[in-house]
Design a protein around this ligand. Structure first.
Ligand code: NAD
Ligand code: UGA
Length: 470
């Protein structure tokens, strides 16, 4: 590989929540580089190519504008994985790395079969030197396995494997990509490795300040990603642990968050007590970290991080149990409105959403649920519940109604449970909601989003997280 590399054609395998937005922004910022995003999921690619930008497979504020600017200029979406690999000089792997559901490490380790398939496909198809970039979140030392697979074909080609984990958060993906806190690139320490690192630095440097682009060795980069997610999730579990103590002691968790967040060593972010964190990554990545620590024999380290997940499970369960106990110990046959199904606001992603687990708990208690979410479709709600396998698909459809009108969901309900912090919930006519509900009218606010004094004066039995006002 020559010392100075200039990337002309990027391929990205995986057109999901990371591959799609990340590549759209790279294409937007680098009009001279051709960017081809490929996926084996034909439906997903068709949606990325849909002329109507409302039909993009992912909802993210600002994403449609970025796609509109770059699509069919230098950004292309395709199912031709081989073609894109062959043409590219840099290939991002952005495929999913879910928790294993079988075999050794079941329920803990990351399932790397999709990543390995990509590496094998690159090795098979490549006829020129490639820089392969790990964009997926991967266990430390995965780059070594990828490198071994790539080199095994013995074609006389030069492969460099870089780690470039993605730190975007859903709902703010475009903003995070345009103005990242940092970009992290790990690469080989030899001359060829450093040339590959520099090629990727040059791409990001088109719009990211150079001092925000951190370069490290590959293993530090891989492990930094798991560590960042573990630290973030740990903050949520920490404040949620305190929320339980607040409910017993009369302290208010939002006041505590404000008080401790002023300490510049602690900082104000990620201190919002909630019904529990969700999303596709926090749980999966911590489980993976725990698994890695255990596999190195580091039991105390593994136990320490595992507690973050246990606290999160406790928080979801505690919220659901509280609904049943406040509703006089039975919700059987009672209409309960669920406001919000996505794992956070401004996304249509429901993976590991706390709503799924709270709903499942209430359904086990034979509640009748009416679900409203501004961005999540009914099929997704049913698919999430069916996936748990707790009851038959027919039963899920009998007990759960998904509606497009929040007032219909809340009308004549015994209780409303807010599970996502959508801004629109704050602007509802809560007086009208109150009048339409059964009395006492319970409002369980799993996100502390509607706890204004005006609303509390309406007569609701209001139960928030980490404080209890009724
Ligand atoms: P996703 O499931 O939305 O997308 C992955 C895509 O890869 C799917 O569309 C799938 O069809 C495709 N795919 C899998 N194997 C393939 C193959 N062999 N050939 C072609 N296509 C293939 O996943 P995601 O949320 O985009 O996450 C991808 C990775 O990024 C994960 O490792 C995740 O941990 C990490 N990550 C995700 C986020 C996030 O916010 N979702 C943020 C940072 C990092
Ligand atoms: C998270 C990280 O923030 C990203 O940096 C990372 O790239 C990504 O995971 C990933 O690897 O997938 P994301 O899961 O999209 O991003 O969203 P977050 O904003 O981190 O929220 C995660 C969950 O924690 C949500 O359910 C959210 O409601 C909850 N949360 C967050 C709280 O309950 N309280 C808080 O103070 C913050």
């Amino acid at each position: 590989m020559s010392k100075e590399l200039k990337v002309k054609h990027i391929a990205c395998i995986g057109a999901g929540y990371v591959g799609g937005p990340t590549m759209a922004v790279i294409a937007q910022k680098c009009p001279d580089i051709k960017v081809t995003v490929v996926d084996m999921n034909e439906q997903r690619i068709a949606a990325w190519n849909d002329a109507n930008l409302d039909n993009l497979p992912i909802y993210e504020p600002g994403l449609a504008e970025v796609v509109a600017e770059a699509r069919n200029r230098n950004l292309f979406f395709s199912t031709d994985v081989d073609g894109a690999i062959a043409a590219a000089d840099m290939i991002f792997i952005s495929v999913n790395t879910p928790t294993k559901t079988y075999g050794i490490g079941k329920g803990m380790a990351a399932d790397l079969k999709y990543v390995e398939l990509c590496a094998r496909q690159i090795a098979r198809v490549a006829t020129s030197d490639k820089i392969v970039v790990e964009k997926s979140t991967l266990p430390v030392r995965t780059a070594q396995s990828i490198r071994t697979i790539l080199d095994a074909e013995n074609k006389g080609l030069q492969f460099q494997v870089l780690s470039n984990p993605e730190f975007l958060a859903e709902g703010t993906a475009v903003q995070d990509l345009h103005q990242p806190d940092r970009v992290l690139i790990g690469g080989g320490q030899d001359q060829a490795g450093q040339a590959a690192v520099q090629a990727l630095v040059d791409i990001y440097a088109r719009w990211v300040d150079r001092e925000r682009i951190i370069t490290t060795n590959v293993w530090s980069s891989e492990l930094s990603k798991l560590t960042a997610n573990a630290f973030l999730a740990q903050r949520v579990s920490s404040i949620n642990a305190i929320s339980a103590l607040c409910e017993k002691s009369g302290a208010d968790v939002d006041e505590i968050a404000r008080a401790i967040g002023k300490d510049s060593r602690i900082g104000p972010k990620f201190l919002k007590a909630s019904v529990g964190f969700g999303g596709s990554c926090f749980q999966k990545d911590i489980l993976n970290l725990v698994y890695i620590a255990r596999s190195y024999g580091l039991t105390e380290v593994a136990d320490y991080w595992e507690q973050v997940i246990k606290m999160n499970d406790y928080q979801k369960r505690r919220f659901a149990e509280n609904i049943v106990s406040k509703l006089f110990n039975t919700v059987s046959g009672k209409k309960i409105a669920i406001l919000g199904w996505a794992f956070k606001k401004d996304t249509n992603d429901t993976r590991e959403s706390a709503a799924i687990y709270v709903a499942d708990y209430l359904l086990n208690e034979q509640a009748e649920l009416w679900v409203y979410d501004p961005k999540v479709k009914a099929e997704q709600v049913y698919a999430d519940l069916d996936y748990l396998n707790t009851r038959s698909e027919a039963e899920n459809r009998r007990l759960v109604k998904v509606v497009n009108d929040p007032y219909q969901a809340m009308d004549d309900a015994h209780a409303v449970a807010i599970l996502t912090e959508w801004d629109e919930f704050k602007t509802y006519d809560w007086q009208k909601v109150y009048e339409g509900m059964k009395k006492p009218a319970f409002l369980f606010d799993g996100r502390n989003v509607v706890s204004s004094p005006a609303l509390l004066g309406l007569g609701f039995k209001y139960i928030g997280i980490g404080h209890c006002v009724s």
